[in-house]
Write a protein that binds this ligand. Structure first.
Ligand code: ATP
Ligand code: MG
Length: 237
């Protein structure tokens, strides 16, 4: 379970993240949805620990992992990351890419890698190199790599935006299935309402650094809070 409280981050006097609080439960996908520049990636980077908040606290399973004085470094947060440009290591095989963050014996690592590659349907590529794979396949390997160490929290920043439309829906569905099976608490950033409607258990609508509305997808879709929310959802049918 991930919880952030009263997170603030300003650049040059502008609060790009302005008092954001959120909870994400295990086995659930929460979408941080909002227009370009509203502060989504900044929020995610602070949770990942690669950027420091000006104020606010981050908790994992009720334990403080970061405030303005105490800070667990990114590599010890047990948080899985998947970003659009989070490329595979080209000099490692697909199997070694997935094994990258794993500890344990060789046999244990191998078993986990095979399990995940089976789940994403790419076991046959285990000894191949990433350049052999299509964009969609690389994306699935990146997902397997992120989930391999069994992170409690999974942060995803526009993970499907590099894929063509034809592939995207399939990969979204597969990704969702795997995330649910692994029982991670997922925070997914997107600027596409359609993606949030398809993937989210909960949507947090963000605008100019603030969460302006939060709830189940159909509640938000059917009852947008204000004119801007209506306009934002109006391009999906
Ligand atoms: P997009 O959908 O385009 O990815 P976003 O919601 O992820 O947008 P952020 O990347 O969080 O938006 O950026 C929010 C605002 O903060 C932007 O105006 C951006 O220019 C600004 N910003 C982010 N990082 C920095 C930084 N290191 N220095 C100065 N300004 C920054
Ligand atoms: Mg962004």
């Amino acid at each position: 379970r991930l919880e952030i409280r009263n997170m603030v981050r300003a650049f040059g006097g502008t609060r790009v993240v302005d008092d954001v609080s959120l909870k994400v439960m295990p086995g659930q996908v929460t979408c941080l949805l909002g227009p370009s520049g509203c502060g989504k990636s900044t929020t995610l980077r602070m949770i990942a620990g690669v950027e420091m908040q000006d104020s606010g606290e981050i908790y994992v399973d009720g334990q403080l992992i970061c405030d303005t004085v105490f800070r667990i470094p990114p590599e010890r947060r047990h948080i899985g990351l998947m970003f659009q440009d989070f490329a595979l290591f080209p000099h490692l095989t697909v199997g070694d890419n997935v094994a990258f963050g794993l500890s344990g014996s060789k046999a244990e690592k191998r078993a986990r890698v095979e399990e995940l590659l089976d789940k994403v349907g790419l076991r046959r590529f285990i000894d191949g190199y990433p350049y052999l794979l299509s964009g969609g396949e690389q994306q699935r390997v990146a997902l397997a790599r992120a989930l391999a160490p069994r992170p409690k929290i999974m942060l995803m920043d526009e993970p499907f935006s590099g894929l063509d439309n034809r592939l995207r829906d399939d990969i979204r569905d597969q990704t969702l299935e795997l995330l649910k099976a692994e029982d991670a608490a997922v925070l997914l950033v997107t600027h596409e309402p359609e993606e949030a409607m398809r993937m989210a258990d909960e949507i947090a609508l963000m605008r100019r650094g603030k969460i302006v509305q939060q709830g189940a997808p159909y509640n938000i879709y059917n009852a947008p809070k204000d004119r801007q929310a209506v306009a934002f959802f109006s391009d999906i049918n």
